[in-house]
Every structure is written in C-alpha cells, then in structure tokens.
Write a protein that binds this ligand. Structure first.
Ligand SMILES: [Ca+2]
Ligand SMILES: [Ca+2]
Length: 450
C-alpha cells in the first residue's frame, strides 16, 4: 500500500508541472460583488501557484526525504485551489489545480489513516522469522522490507491465520474485505468524483492554457498544457473510476474470521453458497451501469482530445501531446490492425486510427459482438449485459454441485441435472447472465471439446 501512496505522490509531483505561474488574466479592479469574488479567486489561485513553486523548489534543494514531507505543501496547494474554485466556479485554472491536487486528500481519509496505521503496526509487530513473514513477503510484496529469500519462513497457512487475526483485531471493523471495499468507495472513488467534477468545469474553457515554465522544472524548455491534455487527464480519471467500480461491484466479504485455515474457509464458502449468503452478490444496482458510462465517457474524452489537438493552430513544439504524436499513433493503429485479420473479434479488425478504435471499443461495450473460436465456432458476447446488472449473484452461475464437508479432501463435486455425480459441468445459466447471449449447455460443451 505504501507503494500506492508513493505512486500517488509521484503522480501529484508529475502533475505539479501543470500549475505554473500563468496569471495572464489580471483581475480588473471593479466593485461589483461578483467581480470581487472573481478577484479573490484570482488572488487565491496566485497563492496556490506560489505554494506550488515553493514545493518544487523545496524538493529541488533536496528537502524531501520521503513523499510524506511533500504532504503539507500539497495540502496547502489543494486548499488554495479549492477555495479559489469555490469563489469563482468559472476559474478554470483553480478547477484544474483542485482536480489534480485534490488527490492528496485521499491520504487524509479516516479509513486510509487507519490502514496506514495498521501497516505501520504490522511491520513493528512481526519480527523477522515470524510466520507472517511469509505472507508479508509473498502476498503483500513491496509492503514489507523483509526479504522473501529466508528458507525458514514458517507454515504459510499459520502465517495467514496469524496475520488475519492481527488485522481483524486492529481494524475498526473485523472484516478486512469489507473494510477495503468501503475504503475504495469513500477514499478513492470519492476523490475521483470530486476531481472529475472540477475537471468538467475546465472543459468549458476552450482557451485553457497552462505553461510549465523552466522555473517549475529546472529545465530550459517551457511546456504547454491545453484542453488536449486536459481531456486525456479526464479520460484517465474516468477509466480509473470505472475500474474501481467494477472491482468493488460485488460483495467480497464472506464473514469474519474465527480461526483462519483452509477448512474454515471452505466451510464459510459452503455456508454462503447453500444459504444464499451475500458473498459475491451485487452490492447495489447503480455501480456497474455507472462504470459502463464512465468507460464510454473515457473514450469520448479521448476522442475530444484528438479532435482538439488535431485542430490546434499554435506552434506544437511546446505541447505535451503534439499533433505529430497523434498522427504517429493513428498510423501505427492502422498498420497493426490492418494486418490483423486473425483478430478473433471481427469488429476490431481494420481500425484506422485512435478515433476509429475508440468507437469500435464503444461498440463492444454497448451490445453483443461476435468472437470467433477454433473449429469455426462463433460465440456472441455481450459485456453490456454484465454492466447492466445481468448477474446479481455470481454464485448462481456456478455449475451444479453438491457440498460434502464430511470429506475435506474432496469437499465439493459436480452433479448433472438429475443430481448424479459427473465430470462435465452443468451450468444453470449457460448465458452467464447474458454475457453469452443465446448460449446453451450444448454450446458450452462444444466449446470445451474444441
Ligand atoms: Ca503550443
Ligand atoms: Ca496542445
């Protein structure tokens, strides 16, 4: 998780370049209250810009030993941009700064603080050679400084058990998976909601420009960010939010952990399965459809970026994304996909460039499409059915089966529709909630044989 915090900070650091001093719009001295707000907004924006330069300079002189040292700066910068955006919602520079620097507030989310504390306490709690070292090293790789090359790492199951109990007793909820899902909702998706809403306001300003000055980078060049890059940021944010929503759409919690071992896990899953538990059920009816919309919107943002950049008339030397970059990408796509007659998805063949590729992916997301399998079998897929809540309980898709918990060596077996043991899985819903429209049990068997 530290690595994720680190990446976020690095992202913030990279995006800091977007906040150079570019106070091209001097506030006009007027006494209209609305203009006063505009003026205050401009002043706050200028303060945020200065704070940004201060942060970069502090970093440049080696003041930051760790990303945490940057946080106070980032907090100030975010607050100033947000205040400026609140004073004047049409201040696109303030909205842009608030969208980018708002991400630091993820670290202030109470659940995130709790998780950071947990990780810190974990590293202190388990000395080298303890059983959870195995878990630390392999399952949480990167979190732990302990090396995974110690031959005596202990029994992995014992390690998991100890670690799970430790986590359970350390968190405010004793269910780590529920905790993580809530954390993703509140901290990550919550912040993306906020940043996307700030960024939407920037889109309205067709003349939006940020210059990344040498003062910001210590380099000789000046770089320019305009709506072309802004649309790309917006696309990335929507794609990230869609991924998080999809990850978080189903209930992953299967209950709290009394004594975590493989038998207990199997018993819990069997209990969830036979008693219609909430494990792997849809958490609500809005998340997946809104993820689908985010994906489509992300593609639209990419198309907007391409449209904007292609019609730019200014000198492209200083642009982060240049017209030439897009032409190169277009020609690579048309060469690659033009030669790709073996692509199993006929719809995806012969894309002519970024915009065409984007529109093809939108089609994939919006309804059924064919996929060709060996043996001249064509199967229809419909991702949109899943994103339209086609599956409310993933457990209900499992092939017909019986639990046999008296024999933990063989606790589950497949049955056919008559209840007899079988090797060939029998699917209660061969369409998998509409993902495979028109699919039949026979169709699946044909595919498995092929
Ligand atoms: Ca330019
Ligand atoms: Ca540009």
């Amino acid at each position: 998780m530290r690595r994720i915090f680190g990446s976020l900070i690095v992202l913030i650091f990279l995006l800091q370049f977007t906040g150079c001093l570019d106070s091209s719009t001097e506030p006009d001295p007027v006494d209209d209250p609305e203009d006063n707000s505009k003026q205050e907004s401009e002043l706050l924006t200028a303060s945020a810009d200065s704070a940004l330069i201060a942060m970069v300079n502090a970093g440049n002189v080696g003041e930051f030993d760790s990303p945490d040292d940057m946080l106070p700066y980032a907090q100030d910068i975010a607050m100033l941009y947000k205040d400026a955006a609140a004073k004047d919602p049409s201040n696109s520079r303030a909205n842009f700064g608030a969208a980018i620097f708002g991400f630091q507030s993820i670290l202030d989310d109470p659940a995130m603080v709790e998780l950071q504390d947990l990780i810190t306490s974990m590293e202190e709690e388990f000395p080298d050679g303890s059983a959870p070292k195995y878990v630390n090293s392999y399952f949480l790789g990167g979190l732990s400084k302990k090396a995974p090359d110690d031959p005596d790492m202990g029994d992995p199951l014992e390690g998991i058990n100890t670690l799970m109990l430790f986590i359970q007793n350390s968190l405010s909820t004793n269910d780590i998976l529920e905790f993580i899902q809530d954390l993703i909702d509140s901290a990550l998706i919550g912040q993306l909601n906020e940043s996307i809403s700030y960024m939407n306001k920037v889109h309205a300003d067709n003349d939006f420009v940020f210059l990344i000055t040498p003062e910001m980078t210590g380099e000789i060049e000046t770089y320019e960010i305009d709506l072309g890059e802004v649309y790309m940021f917006s696309a990335m944010m929507r794609a990230m939010r869609a991924n998080l929503k999809i990850m978080n759409a189903y209930q992953l919690s299967y209950g709290s952990i009394e004594d975590f071992d493989s038998e207990a896990l199997i018993e819990m899953i069997a209990d969830q399965d036979t008693n219609n538990g909430s494990f792997l059920t849809l958490r609500d009816n809005t998340t997946l459809p809104s993820a689908e919309q985010d994906l489509i919107d992300a593609l639209t943002m990419i198309e907007n970026a391409v449209d904007y950049i292609k019609t730019e008339t200014d000198n492209q030397d200083n642009d982060l994304i240049k017209q030439g970059d897009l032409m190169e990408a277009d020609s690579e796509i048309s060469i690659d996909m033009g030669q790709d007659e073996d692509n199993p998805i006929p719809l995806m063949r012969n894309a002519t460039g970024i915009t065409d590729l984007s529109s093809k992916i939108k089609t994939l997301l919006s309804g059924p499409f064919d996929v060709e399998f060996p043996g001249a079998i064509t199967v229809s897929f419909d991702i949109s059915a899943l994103l339209d809540n086609g599956i409310t309980d993933i457990k209900s898709l499992l092939p017909l089966h019986e639990w046999n918990l008296d024999d933990m060596d063989d606790p589950i077996y497949l049955v056919d529709s008559q209840g007899n043991r079988t090797q060939m899985p029998t699917f209660p819903d061969p369409t998998f909630g509409g993902l495979l429209p028109g699919m039949t049990q026979q169709g699946i068997e044909d595919l498995m044989i092929e």
